[in-house]
Design a protein around this ligand. Structure first.
Ligand SMILES: [Zn+2]
Length: 61
């Protein structure tokens, strides 16, 4: 029996974009810049803020 792995790759999404700091096309990764868990009027919330960042220098796109 042959098992085919059809699951998408679980690694971070990668994209290409121009990085002004590196001054070239770089791989960008999605990073969570959110503040994480916080409480608002007694209810627990999680702040998530996904940004595209350069994989080389970490600068925001
Ligand atoms: Zn860069």
């Amino acid at each position: 029996m042959i098992l085919l792995d059809t699951e998408p790759d679980p690694v971070e999404e990668a994209a290409y974009g121009y990085c002004r700091r590196c001054e070239c096309e770089c791989v960008f990764v999605r990073r969570d810049q959110g503040i994480g868990r916080f409480e608002y009027h007694g209810s627990k919330e999680i702040h998530v803020d996904m940004r595209d960042c350069c994989a080389t220098c970490g600068d925001e796109l």
